[in-house]
Design a protein around this ligand. Structure first.
Ligand code: FE2
Length: 382
């Protein structure tokens, strides 16, 4: 039997969609909502309207924003304490991937108990989570639609992947207006994260027609609009494309999982507090070159989605153009830095490589990779 499953939350999409926040939480049965955000989102001014919408729907709120980029397990533990002390019964996240993943992890521990480490890996959650509504303020992580929560284990200095259908939020409110306040650098980094999700899920061993169509469309939208969104943060059309791309790339990778790039970036991000999208930009082209022999025809389709005119090219040239085209995009948005510049030292590579081969994302990479293969890829990306 060859069975595949496909999960998504209810999705409310469009400029002004944040106004649906209160009504959305209320109809899930919320009465006291735990609102997870971060300092940047609060400074950008998005928490007040979010709280207004929740209060207008008759809901009480408790705000938690004590978290960092690449959120840590001990930050989640502090959030769980506050959630339980305040007697909350639902979770809302207003923010990028970090607040969203923390919101999911708090929902998990508040209802299932134990430590986050108990749930690392796939399908280890036994009890239902409280209702969750997510409103992303960045276009990249796709966590608003995914069954992933990625949290740093501070002691082991690596990112844990917790993957379960229980982590799929109930409602994703995707309002492109909310993207306006992030700066160009963050727009570039988050956009590269979305592109990496789309490429890795498209070539994943667990890809299905349902995930492939979302991944390819995301690649097409990112090729059309990422550079524009980086240059002009008020370009509504580009922001709308990127919000859609990030979300559908999230749907694709949530259901098809990822690959070697993420297995590697999860280790780097646990060691160095650098934006995950920037680490992806340094590693993705090298992993694509490694994976190409396993699925050249898929690389041709990626090239086409990127806007490369492949007619007249040999299939080998067309497949390679997928990598060339993505490398050019990385350069044009200003993320063409190697891992050395990001802060990685060659002596870190052996340990990172040993951890990367244990990461759940490597299982679906289209070409198997040993510790030595991963070490070579890290060296190429320096
Ligand atoms: Fe990612």
């Amino acid at each position: 039997m060859n069975i595949s499953k496909f999960v998504t939350p209810e999705i409310i999409f469009g400029c002004g969609a944040l106004s649906q926040l209160g009504e959305s939480a209320a109809r899930l049965g919320a009465s006291r909502v735990f609102v997870v955000s971060d300092a940047g989102v609060i400074a950008a001014g998005w928490i007040e309207p979010a709280l207004d919408y929740l209060h207008s729907a008759g809901l009480a709120t408790e705000v938690f924003a004590e978290l960092t980029t690449n959120p840590k397990d001990y930050e989640v533990v502090a959030g769980v304490k506050q959630y339980l002390a305040a007697g909350c019964d639902a979770i809302v996240a207003v923010g990028g991937g970090s607040p969203t993943d923390v919101a999911k992890a708090i929902a998990l521990l508040a209802t299932n108990g134990g430590r986050l480490q108990d749930y690392e890996g796939i399908n280890k959650i036994g009890r239902p989570l409280p209702p969750m509504v997510i409103a992303p303020t960045t276009a990249g992580a796709g966590s608003e639609v995914s069954q992933f929560a990625i949290i740093v284990d501070a002691e082991r200095q690596l990112k844990m992947s917790i993957i379960s259908k229980s982590l799929v939020p109930d409602i994703a409110i995707v309002d492109p207006e909310l993207l306006r306040t992030k700066d160009s650098r963050l727009a570039a980094a988050t956009g590269m994260d979305a592109l990496t999700h789309a490429v890795e899920s498209f070539v994943s061993l667990a890809a299905t027609p349902l995930t492939e169509m979302h991944a390819l469309k995301a690649i097409e939208l990112i090729a059309r609009s990422l550079h524009r969104a980086v240059v002009d943060r008020n370009d509504v059309e580009a922001n709308t494309d990127m919000a859609m791309a990030s979300m559908i790339a999230g749907i694709a990778f949530s259901n098809a999982i990822l690959g070697a790039t993420h297995a590697m970036t999860h280790q780097v991000d646990g060691l160095i507090d650098q934006h995950h999208g920037e680490t992806n930009a340094a590693i993705l082209p090298h992993v694509m070159a490694y994976n190409l022999p396993a699925c050249p025809e898929k690389f041709c389709r990626i090239a086409q989605a990127l806007g490369v005119v492949v007619s007249g090219m040999s299939s080998e040239t067309a497949a390679k153009m997928a990598i060339t085209s993505i490398s050019e995009l990385i350069e044009v948005i200003g993320l063409d830095r190697g891992l050395t510049e990001i802060g990685l030292r060659p002596e870190d590579i052996p340990q990172l490589s040993r951890n990367a081969v244990k990461d759940a994302c490597l299982v679906t990479n289209p070409r198997s990779a040993s510790v030595v293969d991963i070490e070579n890829l890290f060296r190429q990306a320096l």
